[in-house]
Design a protein around this ligand. Structure first.
Ligand SMILES: NC(=O)C1=CN([C@@H]2O[C@H](COP(=O)(O)OP(=O)(O)OC[C@H]3O[C@@H](n4cnc5c(N)ncnc54)[C@H](O)[C@@H]3O)[C@@H](O)[C@H]2O)C=CC1
Ligand SMILES: O=C(CO)COP(=O)(O)O
Length: 319
């Protein structure tokens, strides 16, 4: 049995893909009324046009869902610690796969460390890479990274969670996979802002490349392998999110670039993560100029033209 905690777009899409491939899945969401409606209609507004297969048990009972041997944690990053704290069972020996992307603002940690602190007896892993929930739910071909420090558990998870259209590549470099997934959202905001402000495609390509350099610098500093950053979880997801209007982070950036408002109920992981990264970079003494500018932009501390000036006025250096 696979339990999915978080019945938003991504958790539901994963549940649909796994159930379609014959897995028994429990999908948990915190709102009883919403879950009852989902169970009745077998539909959700988060994934229009998608029918939830019968193999998905829909529940608002957290303790029940948390009993599954494998748990996919598909809640927003800044709520992960609270959600895990609401599960009273220790989850010892259970595989906890973080499906969220970001860095916890309160602790400066990625999802696997948040899991390790909340449930020290569990086996943490991360599922990350280029994939829009709508694509996964429609059964379109997708390739992701499944990273787990315990190689044996990683192998089991790779097989449990791969389907005919969802292809998982295995890694033991959890830090590298987490940093890639977290930073690509920050860079997507930067790229969206660049396009929204009319700075052009050449500027966006420069931001993606320098953003990738920042991603690599932080990941390697934290002990990751550089080749992980060039994989699906890093470069792959950066390429998708910085170039597609289907990305919420990119669209949020576009709104910033146009000095327009943005619906605060939409999940935009890169905003809080930019602030977490800026604090981490300062603490560790790592230059992360694009992340710093995105953090300042999202906090309203600089305008889009001040952000551009800040990046362009940096001392000239070697690539
Ligand atoms: N939507 C996508 O295409 C993808 C999303 N992700 C990641 O998945 C994570 C979740 O994103 P989405 O599902 O897209 O967001 P969403 O906004 O569609 O859904 C978030 C869900 O979390 C629930 N939630 C919020 N706060 C909660 C709390 N304190 N306790 C319990 N539940 C809570 C909401 O009710 C909602 O059902 C994010 O980290 C995102 O980066 C990863 C890959 C693709
Ligand atoms: O992570 C994603 C694609 O891999 C989804 O991106 P957004 O959260 O920006 O929509």
């Amino acid at each position: 049995m696979i339990g999915v905690l978080g019945a938003g777009a991504f958790g539901t899409a994963l549940a649909v893909a796994l159930a379609r491939d014959g897995r028994q899945v429990m999908l948990w969401g915190r709102n009883e009324g919403t879950m009852a409606e989902m169970a009745r209609t077998r539909e959700t507004a988060r994934l229009p046009g998608v029918t939830l297969p019968e193999g998905i048990e829909i529940t608002a009972d957290l303790a029940h869902a948390a009993g599954a041997e494998t748990l996919l944690l598909a809640v927003p990053m800044q709520t992960l610690s609270t959600v895990l704290g609401s599960v009273s069972a220790p989850l010892d020996g259970q595989k906890l796969v973080a499906c969220c992307k970001g860095i916890d603002l309160a602790t400066g940690e990625g999802p696997s460390h948040v899991i390790a602190h909340a449930k020290p007896g569990a086996l943490p892993a991360i599922l990350t890479g280029p994939s829009f929930a709508a694509d996964i739910a429609r059964g379109l071909p997708t390739a992701l990274t499944l990273a787990c420090e315990d190689a044996e558990a990683g192998l089991v998870l790779q097989h449990v969670l791969s389907t005919k259209t969802l292809r998982l590549y295995r890694s033991t470099d959890v830090t590298g996979a987490e940093v890639g997934g977290a930073l690509k959202n920050v860079m997507a905001i930067a790229c969206g802002a660049c396009i929204g402000a009319g700075f052009g495609d050449s500027a966006r390509a420069a931001l993606m490349t320098r953003g990738f350099a920042e991603m690599t610098r932080l990941a390697v500093h934290l002990g990751a392998k550089p080749e992980t950053v060039t994989g699906l979880s890093g470069l792959g997801d950066l390429a998708l999110t910085c170039t597609s209007e289907l990305s919420r982070n990119y669209r949020y950036g576009q709104a910033l670039g146009r000095a327009e408002g943005f619906d605060p109920s939409v999940t935009v992981e890169g905003a809080a993560t930019a602030r977490a990264v800026a604090a981490l970079a300062e603490r560790e003494g790592i230059p992360m100029p694009v992340s710093g500018v995105v953090a300042a932009l999202t906090e309203g501390k600089v305008t889009i033209s001040e952000a551009l000036d800040e990046l362009l006025s940096r001392p000239l250096k070697e690539e």
